[in-house]
Design a binder for this molecule. Structure first.
Ligand SMILES: Nc1ncnc2c1ncn2[C@@H]1O[C@H](COP(=O)(O)OP(=O)(O)OP(=O)(O)O)[C@@H](O)[C@H]1O
Length: 283
């Protein structure tokens, strides 16, 4: 059972059960080489390279329009690369369909809310476990004892993950009835229900209150430390980036302009110029 996280502490997930693949130790590097994406004359990503080491948090930051979402869309199979390569261990992800990428253990949460609003949070989280279900449609339909047993195990795991994220009391509610911040936490929980090896987080704290931001950051830190999975984080909140990231890659106009520890990139003159340029443009 996962203990509910302390508000100011780092939550820790439970040990593995037999319905999910071991994450830690089974996480390959994500290697992006010379990734280029063009849209009708506009180069959204220009020969970007980066490596996400197993079990680390790698933040991708940059001013508006820098190419962060485009990068995520290629990683999750939504966009096709014009050229370059994205490897997750032995698998080349470019050209793969989104569901095949998901089957490799790559889970994404979106910038905008994506949970079905009328389904209960519990049902949405159970759907996240679809890839791990062995009984299949027929076994579940025939109410075989093995299917019932498996269903119980999955429901228990959903409850553990919900408690870990701090939404256990909301499991019976429709997702649409939850306040915005809790809905985003429910999305994070759904992604964790896939037992991913690589988690793509697209602005996970955008629109949240300060307390929800702290909670989400603690959950993400707990996921990294407890499960050992890799996380790619796109986030505008620099406090969250600085707290969570092991490595930061900075994009500007589709190009990688810096990469290193949070401390390194924070003081990099090219990064300061890129962000000052954005402020000047917005002024
Ligand atoms: N489907 C598309 N068709 C045409 N242009 C696109 C498409 N998707 C992104 N772009 C363009 O690619 C560039 C990079 O956009 P992208 O959304 O990746 O930036 P971003 O760093 O995620 O920005 P933000 O922080 O505002 O979300 C922008 O100029 C954008 O207009």
């Amino acid at each position: 059972m996962i203990p509910p996280p302390e508000d100011d502490g780092t939550p820790r997930p439970a040990p593995h059960d037999d319905t999910r693949p071991p994450a830690s130790g089974d996480v390959p590097p994500l290697t992006i080489r010379d990734l280029t994406v063009r849209f009708a004359g506009l180069t959204a990503l220009d020969a970007v390279s980066l490596t996400v080491e197993p079990g680390t948090v790698h933040a991708v930051i940059g001013p508006n329009g820098a190419g962060k979402s485009t990068c995520f869309n290629v990683l999750s199979g939504v966009y096709r690369a014009t050229s370059g390569s994205v490897r997750f261990g032995p698998h080349e992800l470019t050209g793969m369909r989104p569901h095949r990428i998901a089957e490799l253990g790559v889970a994404r949460i979106f910038q905008n809310l994506a949970l079905p609003p009328r389904a209960t949070v519990a049902d949405s989280l159970l759907l996240g476990r679809h890839r791990l279900t062995r009984a299949g449609f027929l076994g579940a339909g025939l109410r075989l004892p093995s299917a019932a047993r498996e269903d119980r195990v999955h429901r228990e795991r959903v409850r553990e993950i919900a408690a870990f994220v701090g939404i256990e009391d909301q499991l019976g509610l429709p997702a649409g009835a939850l306040p915005y911040g809790q809905r985003k936490l429910a999305e994070l929980a759904r992604a964790l229900c896939m037992e991913p090896r690589l988690l793509l987080l697209d602005e996970p704290v955008a629109g949240m209150t300060a307390a929800e931001r702290r909670r989400t950051a603690a959950v993400i830190a707990g996921v990294r430390e407890g499960l050992g999975i890799s996380i790619v984080l796109v986030e505008h909140d620099m406090g969250v980036v600085m707290r969570l990231a092991d490595t930061v890659t900075v994009l500007d106009f589709g190009r990688r302009i810096a990469s290193g520890t949070p401390g390194d990139v924070q003081n990099d003159p090219a990064v300061v110029r890129a962000y000052l340029g954005q402020e000047a443009a917005g002024a």
